[in-house]
Design a protein around this ligand. Structure first.
Ligand SMILES: [Zn+2]
Length: 397
């Protein structure tokens, strides 16, 4: 017998169909008992189908199965099971054939038709046929019992296509009927539009989108980061630096994203001014100093002098790294300025060669920061990985 699960299911259904035939369950199209000729034809189909199963010819077996086993209220669930099995295995074309054959039956109940339309739309989505999936889910979103999952699929399609206007419209529809899976998503959609407008030089359009993002989500750090970018674009470095400082106070895990903006804001400042600016950031707390040094290295700022100053704290906070340094260079607290600079450069080099951010929901790792995880679609799930990835828990949200 074949080991292929869908083929085994078809084989089981052929057996069930044969039992129906043997017990006279099969009837002609007008509902009367099947004639001897019809029964003969059925038996031929049955043996042909079964031989395709045994020869492991899935397409031919499926073709005979779809022709032979009528979709009615007794058999429709097994058709759905077969279609879903194909989709789960990535055999989407076959899943589409099964679900299309269900929809083609005129005698189907409304509930089963709705189920089949939804399953077919899922097949299209899985196959990457987004135009067809969008049309089907839009139809399903208008009514019936599947409108909430249809709206959720539409969100996924518009997110993948980066069609943020449509995503906003669907999110607004969704909140009127159900809780969105990711409530902050709409604020991100407005931020995406703000970034597009900023890239085109439309600063007032970008600010309007940031206003909508704030309306959707108070204290939204991504919006404040884009606002600081706009301040830099409009030559308002002091405002940009203050916005970044506020972001870090409220959301310390975004330090690595805020720091490069602060450095851009202070590009014309001398060392004394930079030190004064960071005095507020470089608190005596060794944990905070270690986090600042680490975030700066993640952000590629390892050459800055404040990183050198905070590095001994980072070495003390990271026992593994501290041990390595103690074994090779002595007590981390007494490293020379040159040793700290060389160490910061080496750590920066290591981090550049590795994945610096990881999704806390699914573990997807990347050298770049993403607001939406490419692996699991979670928003705001990316955090810097622990240094050398040997200190679990550090810097994770
Ligand atoms: Zn993820």
């Amino acid at each position: 017998m074949p080991a292929d699960p869908p083929l085994l299911l078809i084989a089981a259904l052929f057996v069930a169909a044969a039992a129906g035939w043997l017990f006279g369950r099969y009837r002609s199209g007008n509902g009367t008992a099947a004639t001897a000729e019809e029964k003969h034809k059925l038996s031929e189909e049955y043996f042909r189908g079964l031989s395709y199963v045994l020869e492991e010819e899935p397409d031919k077996a499926l073709e005979v199965f779809l022709r032979m086993v009528d979709v009615d209220n007794d058999t429709v669930e097994t058709h759905f099971a077969l279609g879903n099995l194909y989709r789960r295995r990535g055999e989407v074309e076959r899943a589409i054939r099964v679900h299309e054959s269900i929809i083609a039956r005129p005698s189907l109940s409304d509930e089963h038709r709705l189920h089949a339309m939804f399953a077919l739309a899922e097949d299209y989505f899985r196959a990457g046929l987004f135009d067809r999936a969008e049309r089907s889910f839009l139809q399903l979103a208008d009514g019936g019992g599947r409108h909430v999952p249809a709206l959720r699929y539409l969100l996924r399609i518009y997110e993948q296509q980066r069609d943020w206007e449509q995503a906003i419209a669907v999110h607004r529809r969704l909140v009127t009927v159900a809780s969105p899976e990711q409530p902050t998503a709409i604020a991100h959609y407005h931020c995406e539009l703000a970034e597009q407008m900023r890239a085109k030089g439309d600063f007032s359009g970008a600010r309007e989108q940031l206003h909508f993002a704030r309306e959707a989500q108070r204290n939204f750090p991504r919006g404040a980061l884009i606002r600081s970018d706009l301040a830099l674009d409009m030559n308002e470095p002091e405002l940009a630096a203050l916005l970044c400082q506020r972001i870090v106070e409220l959301h310390p895990r975004l330090l690595a994203l805020a720091l490069p903006r602060v450095m851009r804001a202070m590009k014309d400042s001398d060392a004394g001014e930079i030190e004064r600016r960071f005095r507020a950031w470089i608190r005596p707390d060794p944990v905070a100093r270690a986090e600042l040094a680490y975030a700066a290295i993640v952000a590629g700022l390892e050459q800055e002098s404040f990183v050198r100053d905070c590095l001994p704290d980072l070495l003390r906070e990271d026992p593994t790294l501290g041990e390595i340094v103690s074994a090779t260079s002595g007590d981390p607290a007494h490293l020379s300025g040159e040793q700290c600079a060389a160490l910061a450069t080496a750590l920066g080099r290591i981090l550049r060669r590795t994945q610096r951010y990881r999704c806390v929901d699914c573990g997807f790792a990347s050298a770049a920061h993403f607001w939406q995880c490419p692996g699991c679609r979670s928003w705001d799930a990316f955090a810097p990985v622990a240094l050398l990835d040997l200190t679990p828990g550090m810097h994770r949200r």
